[in-house]
Design a protein around this ligand. Structure first.
Ligand SMILES: NC(=O)c1ccc[n+]([C@@H]2O[C@H](COP(=O)([O-])OP(=O)(O)OC[C@H]3O[C@@H](n4cnc5c(N)ncnc54)[C@H](OP(=O)(O)O)[C@@H]3O)[C@@H](O)[C@H]2O)c1
Length: 307
């Protein structure tokens, strides 16, 4: 199997896959995708479940997505995962979308079934399961500060915090108007009684040290849902002096090499987790959406180097 397939391969699928003993019926679609850990994760699950098919990477440009979907349906694909930059565009291409997809405005999983395409989003629930696993606490019991709240994953996590009734949610984006617009959408979820004093349960704040410092004193969980940290040279999105031992820090970047944020968190005495546990759980939910059967979690966990 090639490391990465492209639209031209889908157009000449019989030739492109002639040497494969097991057919490709699933994949991750994005640009870039070369770094994606999803093939290792899903192929371990397919093999453990006795499903004779493979999962591959597809580098597809935005103007190619519609054609790629059409060709995948013709080639009897079971479904795909979507990553940057397609999560929002896919919403317009699916025949049916789960409520989560419409409310988040982003779709990270598609199933091709009975001639139709069905959209689903497993990021929010996957994140919730990952937090429970990493810190032995329910998301709903936490005060959360979310960096990158306006992106696809950020919106999914904000909605999940709202659904689970988080004590507080602080939305942080580079352009504050984006966080304010999202806060407006979520207001109804946070209208219940406050447990932690007179501060509002839902806030949108500017990305500035002063504002962050004031909020972090009233935060349990800091979440990085920006791509900052994908490159090893990236600085921490929150400066080290702002972090404190009472915090839990979840960085969505799925890597066993610690990001600058997780290094800073450890130096501050805070607990931290990288995004592999979210990748695991959102991938397991996608597998269950495609096959309507339990995902083999233990095998999938091992494929990501998680014990
Ligand atoms: N572990 C997992 O399972 C998992 C799942 C999904 C995503 N992720 C990771 O989460 C990250 C975000 O993914 P996504 O799909 O949500 O991407 P996205 O839709 O492009 O959103 C990224 C967000 O980050 C913000 N951002 C981008 N560059 C920034 C910078 N230099 N400083 C501050 N904010 C910045 C953007 O803000 P603006 O709106 O201001 O541009 C945007 O809101 C990626 O690293 C992705 O790999 C991990």
């Amino acid at each position: 199997m090639k490391d990465v397939y492209q639209l031209a391969d889908l157009q000449n699928w019989a030739d492109a896959t002639a040497d494969l003993p097991v057919p490709i019926r699933l994949g991750v679609v994005g640009d870039p995708v070369a770094h994606s850990l999803s093939p290792a994760l899903q192929n371990s699950a397919l093999e453990a479940s006795g499903l004779t098919m493979q999962y591959a990477r597809f580098r597809i440009l935005p103007n190619e997505l519609e054609q790629a979907f059409r060709l995948m349906r013709e080639h009897e694909f079971v479904g795909v995962n979507l990553t940057l930059p397609h999560k929002m565009a896919a919403l317009a291409l699916v025949d049916e979308a789960a409520d989560s997809v419409r409310e988040i405005g982003a779709c990270n999983t598609v199933a091709f079934r009975d001639g139709r395409s069905l959209g689903y989003n497993s990021d929010g629930e996957g994140f919730s399961r990952a937090v429970r696993e990493a810190f032995s606490v329910d998301l709903g019991d936490l005060r959360v500060l979310l960096l990158g709240a306006g992106g696809g994953a950020g919106r999914a996590i904000a909605r999940q915090c709202a659904l689970e009734g988080c004590e507080r949610l602080v939305l942080v984006t580079r352009v504050q108007a984006k966080a304010e617009a999202l806060a407006k959408e979520l207001t109804a979820y946070f209208s219940g009684p406050r447990v932690f004093g007179p501060v509002p349960r839902l806030e949108a704040i500017p990305w500035e040290d002063r504002a962050l410092r004031a909020q972090l004193a009233r935060t349990d969980l800091v979440v990085n849902a920006t791509p900052v940290g994908l490159r090893l040279t990236d600085a921490s999105p929150i400066s080290r002096p702002l972090l404190a031992p009472h915090l839990m820090v979840y960085d969505l970047i799925p890597s066993d090499t610690r990001t600058a944020l997780l290094v800073a968190a450890a130096e501050a005495g805070a607990r931290g987790s990288d995004g592999r546990s979210m990748l695991l759980h959102q991938g397991a939910l996608a597998f269950e959406f495609w096959f309507n059967r339990p995902a083999p979690l233990a095998v999938m966990r091992r494929s990501l180097g998680l014990s």
